[in-house]
Write a protein that binds this ligand. Structure first.
Ligand code: ZN
Length: 141
């Protein structure tokens, strides 16, 4: 396991253990074993109670952040970024960046908008996008 993977794994265990500790303390139930599967099962059993807890928002934020970091460790972004120009989608103020990936990358090259994740174009439709960009620039000029 890479140091980054070990680190995020430890962070996940710490956060799950901390929330399990809160559940066991406030509900008066035994703490689960301190390993990720046991902690996850324990928290899932108490999820209805947790979602009504005043700190539910913090739990959500921490889990979301861990998921984001874990995803980044599992799928590092080795793409080269090339700025393209403004997003052609009406009303969008985003800028387009081409993420150029190598052929052996699991993810395809794509052009993405800096504002909306829904504004993205795979390499296969770049000619169509180029026409769209030219049209939108013609309209705004
Ligand atoms: Zn956009």
């Amino acid at each position: 396991m890479s140091p980054a993977a070990a680190e995020i794994r430890a962070a996940i265990r710490t956060v799950l253990a901390s929330w399990s500790g809160l559940v066991s303390q406030e509900r008066g139930v035994a703490r689960p074993a301190r390993d990720i599967p046991a902690l996850s099962r324990f928290l899932c059993r108490h999820i209805d109670w947790l979602t009504r807890h005043p700190a539910a928002g913090d739990l959500m934020d921490e889990i979301r952040e861990l998921a984001r970091r874990a995803h980044h460790v599992a799928y590092p972004d080795n793409s080269r970024r090339v700025p393209i120009g403004y997003c052609p989608v009406p009303e969008c103020e985003g800028e387009l960046v081409a993420r150029m990936r190598s052929r052996d990358d699991a993810q395809p090259s794509e052009i993405v908008c800096s504002i909306s994740p829904h504004h993205s174009w795979p390499a296969t439709s770049w000619t169509r996008l180029a026409r769209q960009v030219r049209r939108s620039q013609g309209e705004s000029a």
